[in-house]
Design a protein around this ligand. Structure first.
Ligand code: URA
Length: 350
């Protein structure tokens, strides 16, 4: 990205509306430059305008837009707090995928929007957005990858809201990925959850995580920056993922460490009220015993500390009794192995 002063968003939008750089301008009613706060900390990228967007000149105003609004709400966000744009700004005929030369022609506009908004994180929605931003080899699920960046800005890759029209579970993932992006840009506050409320809809949720042990009988804890609470690494199970895959991915994303699952450990359940969708969430979290195999300990933004703790230290730090029970179970599971030398991961620094 160059160091020129960023072109204001309105001037950019005017240029986009008049653009004739690729064939897509021929069939458009309106170009759809994108919209949202110039000061947004999150910039969301979709694929390209559909029929409704083309008619109105605004992004995500059709069915996919409704899904997006609901997912934003789940993450405690409104449209006014984000900037929404697309990889291509004019509707491809019959809603076909944009072609490579169309993406390339439109790319300078996207770059200029990113430069103008200077978001703290970018969220790509769908494969076209991800590959359009990061290149053809980019993948949402590439194992072992650290979080990708575009010009130094962290990129959260999630599903396209239209995918959730066919599979509701993808909507859950979209919401939790947006919530993750919110954690990445910490100054946006997260809605606080509380005790379950009477007569509310119940929303089940499934997560998995790890009790990660090092070679010195210590367990890995993380501290959430918003509430200062210590916890274990865990997160939402995505469609197509096994519980083990989720647990390993969450540890990698939240702590920077790669781990090997040793055994199933235990599961906990708890309920809380979620203000963003006015529902009582019934959450089940499945934990695995795992050992570190590599990586460097570096908490994801949204967590302000991560450390290896002995049993007593971990029990003292953890806020929730059910988390303390996970730690007790982990050390019990370890007991028969005492005397056995657990293999150390390759980068046992931090
Ligand atoms: N789908 C997209 O990718 N973008 C929109 O603006 C609307 C639907």
């Amino acid at each position: 990205m160059d160091t020129l002063v960023a072109e204001p968003l309105e001037a950019l939008a005017a240029r986009i509306r008049a653009c004739t750089l690729c064939r897509l301008h021929e069939g458009r009613t309106n170009a759809v430059p994108g919209e949202g706060a110039a000061s947004a900390r999150l910039l969301l990228i979709g694929e390209g305008p559909g029929r409704h967007e083309d008619e109105q000149g605004r992004p995500f105003v059709g069915a996919a837009g409704k899904v997006l609004d609901a997912s934003l709400a789940k993450a405690g966000l409104t449209r006014g707090e984000v900037f929404i744009t697309n990889i291509v700004k004019c509707r491809p005929p019959e809603n076909r995928k944009p072609k490579a030369d169309e993406v390339a022609a439109c790319r300078p506009y996207l770059e200029a929007q990113i430069r103008a908004v200077r978001p703290a994180a970018i969220v790509t929605m769908g494969d076209t957005a991800l590959k359009g931003l990061l290149g053809p080899s980019a993948s949402r699920t590439a194992p072992g990858r650290r979080r990708p960046r575009h010009e130094g800005i962290p990129v959260v890759a999630t599903y396209h809201p239209a995918a959730a029209l066919y599979d509701r579970r993808l909507g859950e993932v979209l919401g939790s990925d947006l919530a993750r992006a919110v954690r990445l840009v910490a100054p946006i506050t997260r809605p606080r959850s509380g005790r379950p409320r009477q007569s509310r809809r119940v929303r089940p949720a499934l997560s998995s995580g790890c009790a990660v042990l090092d070679g010195e009988n210590r367990i890995l804890l993380l501290r959430r920056a918003d509430e200062g609470l210590w916890c274990l690494p865990k997160g939402t199970v995505e469609p197509g993922e096994t519980l083990q895959e989720t647990a390993m991915r969450e540890v990698r994303e939240e702590t920077g460490l790669s781990v090997r699952i040793l055994a199933p450990l235990t599961e906990i359940t708890y309920s809380f009220y979620s203000p963003s969708d006015d529902a009582n969430v019934e959450k089940r979290v499945v934990y695995f015993l795992a050992e570190r195999t590599g990586g460097r300990l570096k908490p994801e933004p949204g967590f302000d500390d991560a450390r290896w703790c002995g049993r007593a230290d971990a029990l003292r730090r953890l806020h929730f009794e059910n988390d303390r029970n996970v730690v007790r179970r982990a050390f019990e599971a370890l007991a028969p192995a005492t005397g056995r030398t657990r293999g150390r991961g390759p980068a046992a620094s931090s």
